[in-house]
Design a protein around this ligand. Structure first.
Ligand code: HEM
Ligand code: SF4
Length: 561
């Protein structure tokens, strides 16, 4: 079943790593360099660690014949995005002691630290573990952080769905003791502990992503995932899940064999079937995914190549029973609902905006300090949203005034003044840390949005919610292909402009201008906003209007700008 792997060196590195040990221990002890051995840079991803360098100074250092300014990105796994105040304080302490004084909330409900030097890696990972979180499987060719809707207003249902997501995440975590040996100094007990019944010694051909959604909210972008579970309910009680498969965002510029793809419905299952069905699907991908070519190794290509009927048959063969037909679902929106909300059980939840997920102390607002002060008094929990925002969840009515005062004092209530465009924006990290970035994202999108806001005002569209997402390269970490306005980095200052995704995350956008600079982007949007403002139907979203207008008179796709 396993395709030839000779042309793919990562497969060889995984197999030789002895269940993810590689030579990491030796690399960490080597004081002569700030880097780890090249093969270990692949192995370390499975431990949630990426070796990076500061690309802002790369060229300058090269001219001075200095090695790049290396440091590490560390991602802490937070299944369903929920953590306690004590955990928040521990993460904050790591950010200020060992990382670059910022906490990055990711688009998949995890935390990222940037700028940790090799010497501090072990202390940082140990501190994450002390706070009862970990970094294993936050990256690498395994199942990643399992996402779960962050909206608390359907609380009983949410609790049930969250528990299912958290227990699935636990079930799919790798078994290897390597993590404990390398980072937590635990002794190697015996090799039998390294049995990986789900993953085997090669792990998966590529990363694997799972999300749980509760209609009508599609805040997790469930259809962007390899495997999705869409809750079905009866009178507020969970009855089961419609199973979706084979979604994925990544693509490569100029390679038509790679593309973003929306997941499709496969069937329906009861809550107690989620684990066995997920395990069967993950092992199908382990056995049939294309290990010869990493760009063709995601589950979406396995299913595309072999067909949905094949997948169902193989799944049913492994399970020994038939899968029930999918139930219909309806999503009305994607994104977060800011401000206070009251849930069924009488507790309050405050959802705050953090631009592109970066929590730091700046001249404009002391967000990192503010969240620390809140964590010191808060008795409930924190929830990271799939849109790089944070919920201060489960606040008693009597605690609300204290939380409100801290929020105001530290400028954390910006959501009250910001446009709905900005509140629906996402950007990946990109420069200066991400080695894949071809253009800016996190550092540039806020400025571009200010210019797009002016255009919207010109056409009295300033109150319109529009999703806008930017990434520094086509890998798609901020799900740009599901934005009504998607910008995918091509070169410094240049983006491919994609338009027309559905606001609720159920239709991908299409590329309409390649290699566009800021002036090009604004010119296209100016023209379209004018038409949208004059011709839109009641409550018609911008993405839907764009698709309708294309049917009447298609825009010429500009691929040679
Ligand atoms: C070949 C495909 C991909 C590669 C090589 C890749 C690589 C990376 C790297 C190196 C980073 C770290 C950037 C930094 O923190 O400096 C990153 C961040 C991230 N990636 Fe990916 N990525 C890929 C695809 C995806 C996709 C398809 C998704 C999900 C839609 C995703 C989700 C994330 C998330 C959530 C982050 C955290 C930062 C953020 O929220 O912007 N990645 N990725
Ligand atoms: S989309 Fe590209 S540039 Fe952005 S974080 Fe992902 S890999 Fe890096």
């Amino acid at each position: 079943m396993r395709k030839s792997i000779s042309s793919n060196p990562v497969e060889g590195i995984k197999a030789a790593s002895n269940y993810l040990r590689g030579t990491l221990q030796k690399s960490l002890l080597d004081g002569a360099t700030g880097t780890i051995a090249e093969n270990d840079t692949q192995v370390s991803k499975f431990h949630g660690i990426y070796q990076q360098d500061d690309r802002d100074v790369r060229e300058n250092r090269r001219r001075q014949k200095l090695e790049p300014d290396h440091s590490f990105m560390v991602r802490a796994r937070v299944p369903g995005g929920i953590c306690k105040p004590a955990q928040w304080l521990a993460l904050d302490a790591i950010a200020t002691r060992w990382a670059n004084h910022s906490l990055r909330l990711t688009t998949r409900q995890a935390f990222q630290f940037h700028g940790i030097v090799k010497h501090d890696l072990k202390s940082s990972i140990q501190a994450i573990n002390d706070s009862l979180m970990d970094t294993i499987a936050a990256c690498g060719d395994v199942n990643r952080n399992v996402m779960c809707t962050a909206l608390p207003e359907l609380s009983q249902l949410h609790t049930q769905v969250y528990q299912t997501a958290a227990s699935l995440s636990e079930h799919l975590t790798p078994n290897t003791r390597a993590y404990h040996e390398i980072w937590l100094d635990q002794k190697k007990v015996n090799d039998s502990k390294d049995n990986e019944p789900i993953y085997g010694d090669h792990y998966l051909p590529r990363k694997f992503k799972i999300a749980f959604a509760i209609p009508p909210h599609n805040d997790v972008d469930v259809l962007a995932h390899d495997l999705g579970f869409i809750a079905t309910e009866d009178a507020g009680k969970l009855t089961g899940f419609t199973i979706t498969v084979a979604g994925g965002m990544g693509a490569t510029h100029g390679d038509a064999t790679t593309y973003p793809k929306l997941a499709v419905a496969l069937g329906w299952c009861k809550p107690d079937q989620v684990t066995e069905i997920s395990e069967a699907i993950v092992t199908i991908q382990r056995d049939f995914g294309d290990r010869s070519k990493r760009k063709h190794a995601r589950f979406k290509y396995t299913v595309e190549d072999r067909g949905l009927a094949w997948l169902r048959q193989e799944l049913e063969r492994r399970l020994g029973y038939l899968i029930e037909p999918a139930q219909t679902y309806e999503f009305t929106r994607n994104g977060d609902h800011f401000g206070w909300q009251l849930s069924d059980d009488g507790s309050w939840h405050l959802l705050l905006f953090t631009e592109n997920g970066r929590l730091a102390d700046t001249d404009r607002a002391k967000q990192l300090t503010g969240m620390r002060e809140i964590a010191r008094v808060h008795k409930g929990d924190f929830r990271l949203t799939p849109n790089q925002n944070v919920v201060i969840a489960n606040v008693a009515a009597s605690q609300k005034p204290a939380i409100d005062a801290l929020v105001q004092q530290h400028g954390l209530d910006s959501y009250k003044q910001l446009s709905r465009l900005r509140l629906h924006s996402l950007a990946c990290v990109a420069l200066p840390t991400c080695g894949q970035a071809m253009a800016e994202a996190e550092r540039y999108l806020p400025d571009l949005i200010a210019k797009v806001e002016k255009l919207l005002q010109q056409y009295q569209l300033q109150n319109q919610a529009i999703t806008i997402r930017m990434t520094g390269c086509p890998n798609g970490c901020a799900r740009p292909y599901l934005a009504e306005i998607g910008l995918v980095g091509k070169a410094p200052g240049r983006f491919n402009l994609h338009l027309g995704a559905a606001f609720n995350g159920t239709r991908l956008n299409q590329m309409i201008k390649e290699n566009a600079d800021e002036a090009d982007i604004l010119a296209v949007l100016d023209q379209l906003f004018a038409q949208y403002s004059a011709n839109r139907r009641d409550n018609e979203h911008f993405g839907d209007y764009f698709v309708r207008s294309q049917q009447a008179s298609p825009m010429e796709v500009d691929q040679h700008a």
